[in-house]
Design a protein around this ligand. Structure first.
Ligand SMILES: Cc1ncc(COP(=O)(O)O)c(C=O)c1O
Length: 400
């Protein structure tokens, strides 16, 4: 029988179908078509009334998501690491003390930022997969008297979520400024910046907020702002200086465009659309969605035979970090990819080659959870591992 050559259009569709996998890494996360389309409109001037209105509204929405009515949000082009640097560097002068709570690799970034800004550093580390012991933190605060306490709300290398209200309370009680890395939590995990006593919180656009990568987001509370204003030594940062950005953000919120550096207009339009969706969903509903999907996914991977790294009492709702079954390495991640789903390898030094990381935050729903569990089951089967097809799906379905 004669072969019928596919038309070009069909050929492209087929190729796209094969090339596109479901993105389930812990950031960047998939975003809705509306969010993508918002960036696809003609480039706006940063003083265009439409842009001004979108930025002003976005800053107001961020204040709601961070639940920090007393803080000033700022958004600049960059990633979460820039947000960490902006958040911490403004607050420390050479020789001042920073206490870093470490539940995975992201605490180490704060350590490096503090070191480069001349701080004296103490690090308190939790055992792998465990939250940090409040007694250990209390002791460190008592002995070290830090000016700043840094906390990673959810560490993306371990999947551990700490008891943020408790740790913030301890920091405040000891007179420290509290800086929280919420890159893998804010928008997906409950967060009450002002009520919990957070001085500076930060995230980035590409995770639980459901926007594309490209924006660093920081909220600056009044105590932190006063500390920056009262610095005795000049702040060596320029792009990272609160003093350069906060007036610009206030200006936008007041309806007047400001300028320090050209804003990432297209990505900001996407963030605005993502925030409209987030506010329409409602924060309590959004937190419950993340909690439910996480519970289902974790039950599914457990039924397949993958053990979660984070202790059940300290496990994040935004992602799952799970150990490979005995005798399996990173080839499992490649096999899952071949089954149509992109997940991430372990990045913690003790988990490299031993664990995978799956993000379930932002715009993720039930469908993505079930598709991912199915792909893990088929991947294990292809690798010749004993797996009951449907076991993970069944466990997840029960939770859903
Ligand atoms: C908890 C946490 N903090 C900071 C970062 C750094 O963010 P970025 O990669 O956007 O610079 C990440 C990135 O995954 C993260 O998960």
């Amino acid at each position: 029988m004669a072969q019928i050559a596919p038309t070009t259009a069909l050929d492209e569709t087929v190729r796209a179908g094969h090339a596109t996998t479901l993105l389930m890494i812990p950031g960047p996360t998939p975003v809705s078509n509306e969010v993508l389309a918002a960036a696809a409109r003609p480039i706006l001037s940063h003083s265009d009334p439409a842009f001004r209105a979108a930025v002003g509204e976005t800053l107001g929405f961020l204040r709601q998501v961070f639940d920090a009515p007393g803080a000033q949000p700022l958004v600049v082009g960059g990633s979460g690491t820039l947000a960490m640097e902006i958040a911490l560097a403004n607050l420390i002068e050479p020789g001042e003390r920073v206490l870093i709570l470490e539940t995975g690799v992201f605490g180490r970034r704060f350590q490096e930022i503090a070191r480069r800004n001349g701080a004296e550093i103490r690090v308190e580390t939790a055992p792998l997969g465990q939250p940090i012991d409040p007694e250990q933190v209390r002791r460190a605060l008592r002995e070290f008297h830090p000016k700043v306490l840094t906390i990673t709300h959810v560490d993306t290398s371990t999947g551990v979520r700490v008891d943020l209200p408790e740790l913030c309370h301890l920091g405040r009680e000891a007179g420290a400024l509290v800086v929280v890395d919420g890159v893998c939590s804010i928008g997906g995990e409950e967060f009450h910046g002002d009520a919990w006593g957070v001085d500076v919180a930060l995230t980035a656009s590409q995770k639980a907020l459901g926007a594309p990568p490209g924006l660093a987001i920081v909220t600056v509370g009044p105590r932190a702002r006063a500390v920056r204003e009262a610095r005795k030594t000049p702040f060596p940062g320029y792009f990272t200086d609160f003093a350069n950005w906060l007036p610009v953000m206030e200006s936008y919120e007041g309806g007047v465009p400001g300028y320090f550096g050209t804003p990432a207009v297209s990505t900001l339009m996407s963030l605005h659309t993502a925030m409209l969706a987030l506010i329409a969903e409602g924060l309590p509903v959004r937190y419950r969605r993340h909690e439910r999907l996480s519970r289902a996914f974790k039950a599914g991977v457990a039924a397949i035979g993958l053990e979660s790294v984070a202790a059940p009492t300290a496990s994040a709702h935004t992602l799952t970090v799970a150990r490979y079954p005995a005798g399996v390495g990173d080839e499992l991640v490649d096999a899952i990819e071949a089954e149509g789903v992109t997940v991430a390898r372990g990045i913690h030094p003790e988990l490299r080659g031993r664990a995978l990381r799956v993000g379930h935050m932002g715009s993720i729903g039930t469908a993505e959870i079930l598709v991912t569990l199915g792909a893990i089951e088929r991947a294990l089967r292809r690798l010749g591992r004993p797996v009951v097809l449907g076991a993970g799906l069944t466990a997840a379905q029960h939770e859903l």
